[in-house]
Design a protein around this ligand. Sequence first.
Ligand code: SF4
Ligand code: SF4
Length: 141
Amino acid sequence: MLVGLVFVTSYFIGFMFTDVCPIGVLTGTMPIIILEPYKFVPSSFFWPAIGIFILFIVLIFIVERGWCRYFCPIGAFLAPFNKISMLHVDVDEEKCVHCNLCAIECPMGIDVANMYRDPECILCGKCVNVCPRDAITYGRF
Ligand code: SF4
Ligand code: SF4
C-alpha cells in the first residue's frame, strides 16, 4: 500500500492518496456535502474515493482495525519506526506462562508473547491489561 498508493501513483498520476483517503471523505467531503452542498465541487477522484470509503466502512464491521492492518499507507510508513521508538511493549519471558490471552486480545493479531517491537503494534495496551502474570509492560527507550 505504501509503495503502490503513495510512491507509484505519485510518479504516474500525481499525489492522489489524499484525494481518495477515507478519513478525508469522512471529515471533509461528507460534512461539506451535507452542510454546504452548493459549495461542493467533486474532484476527478470523487467516485474512487467513495468506493474506498465504502470499503473502509465495511472493514470496520468485519475485521478489527481492518483498514489500519491491511490498507492504510500511513500505518505502513510508521510501522518500521516501532523498531527504534522510545515507547514500546516488552514481554518478560520469565513471567510468561504462554496462556495466549495477550494474542487473543491484541487487535492487530500479533503473537505478543513472542514479539520484539513488532512493527504492527499500535501501543494500545490491551495486552498489558489482560496479562494475568503482569509479564507485559510499557518499556521506555
Ligand atoms: S498474557 Fe501474559 S502470560 Fe499469557 S502469553 Fe501473554 S505475556 Fe504470557
Ligand atoms: S499494545 Fe496493543 S497492538 Fe501492541 S501488542 Fe499489545 S495489544 Fe497488540
